[in-house]
Design a binder for this molecule. Structure first.
Ligand code: 5GP
Ligand code: ZN
Length: 115
């Protein structure tokens, strides 16, 4: 499958690992938007949040159980924000479900357009 994050998980494309287990891989974003910017992906290919269902949601739960530890390993020591972009309006560019963990500084509050 021609998927960038599947290739990163397989080690075919290099990345800076933060955490890995049987279910997930966490690595530093190549274009960080904060001092701590880690991506967490399931090792199974799920295209986006729209692809989460009763058959595969256990891995999403496992990722969320692990995010506090991954955030601290990545350098988010004083809080963090978790973001999943889904689809064109959210600006999703890689069609393999991923959660951004952002922190390491005080983050701007407004992440959605002003009303
Ligand atoms: P999205 O915009 O889909 O929510 O997030 C995709 C993220 O993947 C972006 O923040 C982008 O910087 C990151 N990214 C794209 N290509 C690579 C890559 O080859 N390596 C790493 N580590 N991150 C990447
Ligand atoms: Zn994939």
């Amino acid at each position: 499958m021609d998927c960038l994050f599947c290739k990163i998980i397989a080690g075919e494309i290099p990345s800076t690992k933060v955490y890995e287990d049987d279910d997930m891989y966490a690595f530093r974003d190549i274009n960080p938007e904060a001092p701590c910017h880690v991506l967490v992906v399931p090792k199974t290919h799920i295209p986006s949040m729209d692809g989460v269902n009763a058959e595969n949601s256990a891995v999403v739960a496992k990722i969320f159980e692990k995010i506090p530890e991954i955030a601290r390993l990545g350098g988010c020591e004083n809080g963090y924000r978790v973001i999943a972009n889904c689809g064109p309006d959210a600006g999703q560019t890689v069609m393999h479900l991923h959660f951004h963990i952002l922190g390491g500084t005080v983050l701007p509050i407004h992440i959605v357009p002003e009303k």
